[in-house]
Structure formats: C-alpha cells, structure tokens
Write a protein that binds this ligand. Structure first.
Ligand code: ZN
Length: 171
C-alpha cells in the first residue's frame, strides 16, 4: 500500500460509497490503519492509497493513550458551526503545511466497519481531521482550499520540493 502524492488523479476523484462490507474490505481497512500509524498521520482517506471508495480512518487521541483507530464508511457532514483557522498538513503533500479556515465544529453521520450507524461531533483536531478526510473522499485536497494567491505560491514551492513519484512512506 502506497500513499499517493499530490497531484494524482485519484486524489481529485470523488470516492464511491461503500455498498458491501466483506472480508476484502476488512483487510483493506486493517492495512489503511497500519499505514496511517506507520506514516505517523492522524487520518487517512482511501483515495490517498489509490482506492476511490468512501473509507477513512483516523486517530486523534494522544499517542501516549495508545491506539484508538476510528473507521468511518460513507461519512457525511450533517451540521457545521462557526469558523476556525489552523495549520494543516497532509500525508499526500509531504513537507508542506498551511493555514486553512474551516467550520469550527461539525457533526458527522457515518457507518462503522460493521455497518452500524455512528454519529460523531466535535471541535478542534477531531473536527479538522473529519473535514480534511471527508474532503479527500470528495476529491478535495487541503491545498485546493488555499486562496488563489497562496495557491500560486504553493505551486511554485511544490514544483521544487515534491517527490517525483508516489512513494512508500519510509519509517
Ligand atoms: Zn490529507
């Protein structure tokens, strides 16, 4: 499993909803969770590993509390409130971060890996991670949310620092 590097067409592809939960999906989810921890990310969307299906994994708990992976299938933002601006980065855009303004609080409806409906709501890192990963599933990368000026600065910088190909995150 490799993490795709921006810009890759699958990163800008809207993911298809999961319609069937089977053994193949479970093992894919397990691989995504392992990849997220190996890459030291707080979230990972299936697009980022080359599969445009609506699966995301995240763990926003402090690492000293041990792993608490959360798996969301077909997540939808059902409510937002306020705005907050915070620095964001992405495993598909290594060595780059930028301030992004998003709703401060969100409510999300999704399904867990067993197909049970779950609802999550929160602010701070939880809210930001949910929005960032749900964006990926819609084919949106956080750099797509930069202002036109910042985006042109990003493009210049990225042309110099971007890895030349999809690469396995080494750690
Ligand atoms: Zn990302």
């Amino acid at each position: 499993m490799k993490i795709l590097i921006y810009p890759h067409e699958i990163l800008s592809t809207k993911a298809e909803p999961v319609r069937e939960i089977n053994g193949q999906l479970q093992s894919f989810i397990d691989k995504m969770i392992a990849k997220m921890y190996k890459a030291e990310g707080v979230g990972l969307a299936a697009n980022q590993v080359g599969a445009p299906i609506q699966v995301m994994v995240m763990d926003v708990t402090p690492s000293e509390e041990g792993p608490h992976p959360v798996v969301l299938l077909n997540p939808v933002i059902t409510e937002t409130e306020g705005t907050a601006t915070h620095e964001e980065g992405c495993l598909s855009v290594p060595n780059y971060s930028a301030k992004i303004t998003r709703p401060a609080r969100v409510e999300v409806k999704a399904y867990d890996r067993h197909g049970r409906e779950i609802r999550l709501e929160g602010e701070g890192l939880l809210s930001r991670c949910l929005q960032h990963e749900i964006d990926h599933l819609q084919g949106i990368c956080f750099v797509d949310r930069l202002s036109p000026l910042k985006k042109s600065l990003f493009r210049k910088k990225w042309a110099k620092i971007r890895p030349l190909e999809e690469e396995e995150v080494k750690k």
